[in-house]
Design a protein around this ligand. Structure first.
Ligand SMILES: CC(C)(COP(=O)(O)OP(=O)(O)OC[C@H]1O[C@@H](n2cnc3c(N)ncnc32)[C@H](O)[C@@H]1OP(=O)(O)O)[C@@H](O)C(=O)NCCC(=O)NCCS
Length: 328
């Protein structure tokens, strides 16, 4: 089991939470829900038509007795939800009729259940795309005070040579397509906090195709400037940039390219310049480096909402549910 999981479960046992699954009839969701119901630290709320959810569970062979099932087409607090949604989307030109139609969609409905306090957290995306899971959260849950963006982090884990797990954090691999310098600084701050939750003592590398001035270009400058700003903003965390990936992780390369850096050669927390590099980077680690990837974990939202990969399995749903609820 992954580092931090035991602590998260202990924490949830002391203070049990609820989690909404927007895809209540999906067999992977039903399997994870049945596993959660077998213990009592995280209570699943399945969005869907009750009969359809129960039939799907029976067909797939999972016992979901005790799960709360809420139907977006037949919800007794729908009028209240419509009113609240219109208030939240004020100025966006939405009529109450349009709001009601939007709220019949499980992704918007589930997100409103979190906003209204019916549930503590949400996990979706087993069939919805990232954009369709994340957009309702951006519009309804919104960015927390003091933050300007929602971003995301992946936690990568593999067994290390000494028996202890090797744990890395990578950001932003799922949300912001081309973050600015200041957004990268914010992503760095959020990622430092997230990495710590998973037992990482963060040593942050702002990644580039250049190491401390060896290459040129606007993206090099962006990463160098972001690293300078991040060092000033988070002075207690070791941060370096811009660094090439080899200089960031290989002590031998680091000795040649940047011998004075405390981070180079030992980085465990990586800030990528954009979504292309970030998304490819974590997938290379996952598919060719034998790392298990947990995420994307959304950072900077007012309440925990997370997105599954559409290729996920039930174990990943179960793990992500625990990670999501533990962030409440
Ligand atoms: C996150 C994402 C889905 C938003 O897309 P979108 O809905 O088309 O974006 P829009 O610009 O229409 O914004 C929708 C709302 O979200 C808000 N928003 C968009 N990006 C945001 C961010 N990073 N942080 C906070 N709010 C954000 C907008 O302000 C807007 O709010 P409003 O409706 O209240 O005005 C988009 O950035 C995206 O597609 N990212 C890539 C996702 C992806 O493919 N990842 C790879 C697979 S994991």
């Amino acid at each position: 089991m992954m580092y931090g999981f035991g602590t998260m479960i202990q924490q949830l046992k002391k203070s049990p939470k609820t989690i909404v699954f927007t895809e209540g009839t999906d067999p992977r969701i039903l399997e994870a829900a049945s596993r959660l119901l077998a213990s009592s630290f995280l209570h699943p709320i399945l969005v869907g038509n009750e009969e359809e959810v129960l039939n799907a569970a029976e067909e797939a062979g999972y016992n979901i007795r005790g799960a709360q099932i809420i139907d977006s087409n037949n919800y007794d607090r729908m009028d209240e939800m419509v009113e609240r949604f219109c208030e939240l989307r004020k100025g966006k030109g939405m009529t109450p009729e349009e709001a009601r139609k939007t709220l019949r969609q499980p992704n918007y409905f589930g997100t409103m259940l979190v906003e209204m306090g019916v549930a503590d957290s949400l996990l979706g995306g087993a069939t919805y795309s990232t954009a369709d899971t994340v957009r309702p959260a951006l519009q309804i849950i919104k960015t927390k005070p003091g933050n300007s963006i929602v971003s995301s982090c992946f936690i990568l884990v593999r067994p290390g040579a000494t028996g202890e797990n090797e744990v890395l954090a990578m950001s932003d691999c799922a949300i912001n397509i081309n973050p600015t310098e200041d957004e990268l600084v914010e992503i760095c701050g959020e990622t430092i906090e997230c990495a710590k939750i998973f037992g990482v003592d963060p040593k942050v590398a702002f990644l580039s195709y250049s190491t401390l001035g060896s290459g040129k270009g606007p993206d090099v400058e962006k990463m160098r400037n972001a690293a300078v700003k991040a060092k000033a903003k988070y002075p207690t965390t070791p941060i370096e940039g811009e660094l090439q990936f080899d200089a960031a992780v290989s002590p031998r390369v680091a000795r040649t390219k940047c011998p004075k850096s405390e981070v180079a050669g030992h980085a465990n927390t990586f800030i990528f310049p954009d979504l292309s590099s970030g998304n490819m980077g974590y997938k290379i680690a996952q598919r060719m480096g034998n790392f298990e990837a947990y995420g994307p974990i959304l950072l900077g939202l007012n309440a925990p909402v997370n997105d599954l990969s559409r290729g996920c399995n039930a174990i990943e749903v179960y793990s992500m549910a625990i990670i999501t609820a533990a962030l409440v």
